[in-house]
Ligand binder design. Structure first.
Ligand code: G1P
Length: 280
């Protein structure tokens, strides 16, 4: 079998963003800006840097602003053509010209596994990446997805990104256990969604970056609801780990949990100082 190249990236973006109410009452949380760019744009840039050019977005009610954002605004283009403000649109123009965007709606909120399964129609029968835009990853030399694609090229199996978290925070994450097969790479032997600290198999938490092989769709279809009565990608990945193998990768870089107000504020301050101001 010839080696697969990963061209598609799935962005589950149907969630309500309730922790950011009232701001998210009429705008998608993925559009909240970290300095001057919406959260989801950072994820798209990371996927492009990893060689992907097909962005598949799972949306829901009230999320139209995302599709409008990744489209040309002719009136605006006309207004600022030839002015000094054109520079502000350079990055988003590059994205719009360099990628294809496709969308489908998740009608019911039945968990991350269900959201990913909803994307099957956009992905088809090929390996793909998943980005949870809430997890903003800063790794200036090589993006996290690009690091994971290199690993995928070697092992050709599903991969989750992990990082160590304080033991008392395991209840927020999917947590793995495994055996290290090369520095920073573990073969997964156990995986639990949001365990209490005393039930957690380790303090290695999954963060919102995945590479998945397409057999995951059939596995999700057969995965019963788990934690919170939702279909969990963590449970489906555990089945895949038992069958063939799933890797966990300690990524190089720094993650901001932009799903929480404090993580979002930290990201804003950090990006303002280290990215935005540094370019000024
Ligand atoms: C999801 C996953 C969880 C993972 C986390 C990373 O949880 O279910 O396994 O650790 O993303 O951000 P959520 O944060 O959507 O509750």
């Amino acid at each position: 079998m010839s080696k697969q190249v990963i061209k598609k990236c799935l962005f589950p973006a149907a969630g309500y963003g309730s922790r950011f109410l009232p701001a998210t009452k009429s705008m998608p949380k993925e559009m909240l800006p970290v300095v001057n760019k919406p959260l989801i744009e950072y994820g798209v840039e990371e996927a492009m840097q990893a060689g992907m050019d097909n962005m598949a977005i799972i949306t829901g009610r009230g999320k139209r602003a995302i599709a409008d954002y990744f489209d040309t605004n002719y009136e605006l283009e006309h207004q600022i053509l030839g002015t000094g403000k054109e520079k502000y649109l350079e990055d988003i123009r590059r994205i719009i010209n360099g990628c294809v965007f496709s969308y489908t709606r998740q009608i019911e909120m039945k968990g991350l596994g269900h959201a990913i399964l909803t994307g099957e129609t956009l992905i088809g029968d090929q390996s793909f990446a998943v980005v949870l835009a809430d997890d903003l990853c800063y790794s200036p030399d090589q993006g996290v997805l690009s690091q994971m694609v290199e690993l995928y090229e070697k092992y050709q199996c599903s991969i989750v990104a992990i990082e160590e978290v304080p033991r008392d925070e395991t209840y927020k994450y999917g947590v793995i256990a495994g055996e290290e097969i090369e520095p920073g790479v573990l073969r997964v032997s156990d995986m639990v969604e949001k365990p209490a600290p005393e039930d957690a198999p380790s303090n290695l938490a999954i963060i919102g970056r995945y590479i998945l092989t397409p057999d995951i769709f059939e596995i999700i279809r057969q995965t019963p609801p788990g934690r919170n009565g939702e279909v969990q990608i963590t449970d489906a990945l555990m089945t895949q780990a038992k069958r063939g193998g799933v890797l966990a990768y300690k990524f190089k870089g720094r993650r901001f949990d932009c799903g929480s107000v404090s993580g979002f504020m930290d990201a804003g301050a950090f990006y303002y100082k280290n990215v935005y101001k540094a370019l000024d």
